[in-house]
Design a protein around this ligand. Sequence first.
Ligand code: C2E
Ligand code: MG
Ligand code: MG
Ligand code: MG
Length: 289
Amino acid sequence: AAKAAGRGKHCFYEPSMHSEAADRQLLENDLRQAIDRGELNVVYQPIVRASTEEISGFESLVRWTHPVRGAISPEKFIPLAEECGLIGQIGQWVLETALKEAANWPDHVRIAVNLSPIQFNDPAVVDAIAKAIDESGVKPAQVELEITEGVFLADSDHTEDTFARLKKLGVRLALDDFGTGYSSLGYLKKAPFDKIKIDQSFVRGAAAPSSRNTAIIRAIVSLAESLEMETCAEGVETHDDLALIRELGCSHVQGYIFGRPAAADQARALANRSRVEAAGFQCMREPRH
Ligand code: C2E
Ligand code: MG
Ligand code: MG
Ligand code: MG
């Protein structure tokens, strides 16, 4: 191999020189076993009422600690799981884990769970969610499902029917990452969302002078209010951004300023307090990934 490398050719035996495709395949094999090996866990990030700083709930976020590579971002392994058919299993595990944890919180504290479009399009999704609710003991109204515009790409009778059945189940629905996808206003008409989550790309640095983001956030809040939906600004990190988000009338705030995603026991302690102060939880750090 060394000789080949010396001639300027590829060295096939050097692990660092695996092709991207081979690397993906290795990662996929590892992900397949990650649940059984206990490498996945769920962390919880506070969502706060903007006006009172009361804890409204927590968003559950999955983490994967690879035995060799360490922390792998969900931005990387969730798309992989979606492509290789593992998202159903992982998503159900997150749902069950998060709901069981939320059963330890006061009844008014919500649990938000991200639902991949692939999970949403599974004909068994409503039954799977109903089962997780039953087994955990949380109230359906405590559960908020975060759905992205991706679910509308496979626009079918199933989509409409699923929304109707989820509403009947009594869970809440949030439109996640609003503004980054196709953002057809028709989606807001079709689906009975209770909340719009304004994507961090509009929120971060929104307080900068002459930021166009301000106008965009104002428009989204106004639209949501007319439709009687809540709004959550994602990714609020600074006091300046928080002040602006309040002024623009977002009903909810999520971001490092109120706490990073935290382990279950820390979230449980926080859930039992009524309020959380901006930047008051230095202990709730998780490393950036
Ligand atoms: P998301 O659902 O929009 O989740 C919010 C993301 O923003 C989280 O990243 C959170 O840690 C991050 N975040 C929150 N506040 C701040 C802030 O103030 N500053 C910065 N820089 N970031 C902030 P995370 O946990 O890395 O997750 C990324 C994405 O991966 C999620 O975006 C979601 O799309 C996906 N994801 C995570 N867990 C799950 C899951 O259990 N199921 C599914 N289907 N997707 C998941
Ligand atoms: Mg989300
Ligand atoms: Mg989001
Ligand atoms: Mg996002």
